[in-house]
Design a protein around this ligand. Structure first.
Ligand SMILES: [Zn+2]
Length: 319
């Protein structure tokens, strides 16, 4: 094995790493706890150790390492600027340089959702259409986004282009972590959907959901809510439809701005599948009149949980 590509997906609770051949085929991969309490140096030690453990038995040299991180980065230097879910928030940590010193290979960092969109472009929907224009929504604990125009991931001056989850949907809506009110994230993220399920549970308006979670509000999540809706909880179905409609309006706004070939939904909430996709497709058709919106495809990511790591491998392949 000659040239190896390393992909790392750094999350607040887990680090996923994989080593691939030059064509991006994963040879080995592993997941370990992040142990973020150990601070940037401790976490970087964990990443370097994990990569060495995976790569050394393969022989060959490391061509490059790509890493998706949940926050804001100085892309040119690979320095973290703001990681909201990490102790000390990793302000001005030269992560790329520190990893290069330990692993003797070039290292590139990118926001995790932008990295995932790169994965979709190289190994997912983009494989059939390399020049596609795509809006990518990652719907989980938050709502992240990315835009690909004419086959190129667009990053803007700070690498922050494509924050699709922070467009205003309700002018006087709930306060968002970003400081704004009524962002899509406050209306359609996993926690936002779950909060409405819990409210219905506590008010006795969701009998099927109550049975499914045995009355335990801590077990409510979008997936259980979907099961309750199918079992007959009308108000739970309305709650899911409302979240999907907000997502549809956000997607329609993006369609009007970008006229993409494709809208991709990724992340845990996207696993709800058709209940979400069909509503988003409908709302786009209702709200976009400038061009034939039925030609804009709305699909789930083809790569599931692997999308972030595959994006990191694609990033490593760009050296
Ligand atoms: Zn926001």
């Amino acid at each position: 094995m000659s040239e190896l590509l390393v992909g790392v997906d750094l999350g607040g609770t887990r680090i996923k790493a994989a080593v691939a051949d030059g064509a991006g085929r994963i040879l080995v991969h592993a997941t370990v706890p992040t142990e973020s309490y150990r601070g940037p140096e401790g976490v970087i030690d964990i990443i370097a150790g994990l990569v060495q453990r995976l790569a050394t038995p393969l022989g060959g040299s490391l061509h490059g390492l790509g890493m998706g991180v949940p926050g804001l980065i100085d892309i040119a230097t690979g320095t973290t600027k703001f990681m909201p879910n990490f102790p000390t928030q990793w302000r001005d940590v030269p992560v790329a340089r520190m990893l290069t010193d330990k692993l003797q290979c070039p290292v590139r960092l990118l926001n995790d959702v932008r990295t995932a969109a790169l994965g979709e472009l190289k190994f997912g929907h983009g494989q059939q259409q390399p020049d596609l224009t795509m809006a990518f929504f990652a719907i989980g604990t938050g709502v992240g986004g990315a835009v690909v125009v004419d086959g190129k991931l667009r990053l803007g001056p700070l690498g922050a282009a494509g924050e699709l989850g922070h467009q205003t949907l309700l002018p006087d809506g709930p306060r968002c972590g970003c400081g704004n009110h009524g962002c899509l994230e406050t209306l359609a993220s996993g926690p936002a959907i779950t909060a409405e399920g819990v409210r219905l549970l506590h008010t006795g308006l969701a009998p099927r959901l109550y049975e499914l979670v045995a009355g335990d509000a801590g077990r409510v999540n979008p997936r259980e809510m979907q099961a309750a809706a199918i079992a007959g909880d009308e108000l739970v179905r309305e709650a899911l439809d409302r979240a999907a409609t907000y997502l549809g309006i956000a997607a329609a706004n993006v369609v009007t701005v970008l006229h993409p070939d494709l809208i991709v939904l990724a992340g845990g909430v996207a696993e709800l599948g058709d209940i979400l996709l069909d509503r988003v497709r409908l709302v786009i058709r209702q709200r976009v009149g400038m061009f034939p919106a039925h030609e804009v495809r709305v699909e789930q990511s083809l790569l599931g949980e692997q999308v972030g790591m595959l994006g990191a491998i694609a990033l490593a392949g760009e050296f």
